[in-house]
Ligand binder design. Structure first.
Ligand code: C2E
Ligand code: CA
Ligand code: CA
Length: 278
């Protein structure tokens, strides 16, 4: 059943022995995650975002980290899909939102530059009725001004247009900004970009990779930047690793740069000493 679901549902799948192993792995990882929820086995790393022109710090993305009981760092690309499939993402996502929000308030109280913190939100979380209620609670309890919170959602979220519209309007009414994550890799509908009041478009790493050597990639990137500029949406380039990539992005009007070229995601302590102490 899980295999059929992973192939996009509504299909037949024949049993193979290997599937038992996969299913066991799925249950073992989700059970381990459940046990570690609300413990310090989960933590956040923070990756700074810089203005392309001034190189000023303009935002920070919170990225979830998990160390399992054997001390291994499990990559989010492994545990997030399992958290989504097992619905654990609903509680885990609220934990991330709370932690990131309170962290931003702490930084502001310490006198560090005030910048929005970006939190990744899964479609499963958005479809959960309680999400907006919890979000309001967190804002109220932390005292964070909503303009210092940004939610990153992927394009798949827009499949159900009416739900998506309602959600985005509610978020915008609270004064929180919204970014489309991994733009270009999913169901990119230009009509949705026109209809939905997005603040930020995050260009996926796939479109940044090789722009310095591959004219087709560079052409596509220019096209995406020009669409965003026409619609008056700010652009963040993800996965910028090289100076040449940074130069090309800046020259072509990309607003914000995120990637190893400036900084990898870092722990709270590292980011405090490396970014804020400058
Ligand atoms: P994402 O939201 O697209 O996050 C950016 C990913 O790219 C991060 O991977 C980051 O470490 C990596 N990255 C940043 N700059 C560079 C670069 O210059 N080069 C390369 N090669 N990689 C770069 P990470 O931390 O492994 O996260 C992977 C994905 O897991 C995220 O992709 C996001 O979709 C998901 N994720 C992470 N934290 C959360 C969370 O709290 N909630 C949800 N729902 N998803 C999360
Ligand atoms: Ca993201
Ligand atoms: Ca992304």
């Amino acid at each position: 059943m899980y295999h059929a679901k992973s192939k996009g549902k509504n299909c037949l799948t024949f049993y193979e022995k290997d599937m038992d192993l996969q299913t066991k792995k799925f249950f073992s990882i989700s059970e381990n995650m459940r046990q570690d929820l609300y413990t310090d086995k989960f933590s956040l790393h923070y990756q700074p975002q810089f203005d392309a022109l001034t190189k000023e710090l303009v935002g920070i993305e919170a990225l979830l980290r998990w160390e399992d009981k054997d001390g291994n760092n499990i990559p989010p690309s492994v545990f997030i899909p399992i958290a989504e499939e097992s619905d654990l993402i609903v509680d885990l996502g609220i934990w991330v939102l709370r932690k990131a929000t309170f962290q931003n308030v702490e930084w502001q109280h310490k006198g560090y530059p005030k910048v929005p913190i970006s939190v990744n939100v899964s479609v499963k979380q958005i479809n959960n009725q309680d999400f907006i209620v919890k979000l309001k609670e967190i804002l109220y309890e932390s005292g964070l001004e909503p303009k210092y919170l940004n939610l990153e959602i992927t394009e798949t979220f827009m499949y159900e247009k009416e739900n998506a519209m309602n959600f985005i309007n509610e978020i915008k009414n609270l004064g929180i900004s919204i970014a489309i994550d991994d733009f270009g890799t999913g169901y990119s509908s230009l009509q949705y970009l026109i209809d939905m009041p997005m603040d930020v478009l995050k260009i996926d790493r796939a479109f940044v990779k090789e722009i310095e050597s591959n004219p087709t990639k560079m052409g596509l990137l220019k096209g995406i930047l020009s669409i965003a500029q026409t619609l008056n949406i700010k652009t963040v380039a993800e996965g910028v690793e090289l100076e040449k990539q940074y130069d090309l992005l800046k020259e072509n009007g990309c607003n914000i740069i995120q990637g190893y070229y400036f900084s990898k995601p870092k722990s709270k302590d590292e980011i405090e000493s490396l970014i804020f102490s400058k």
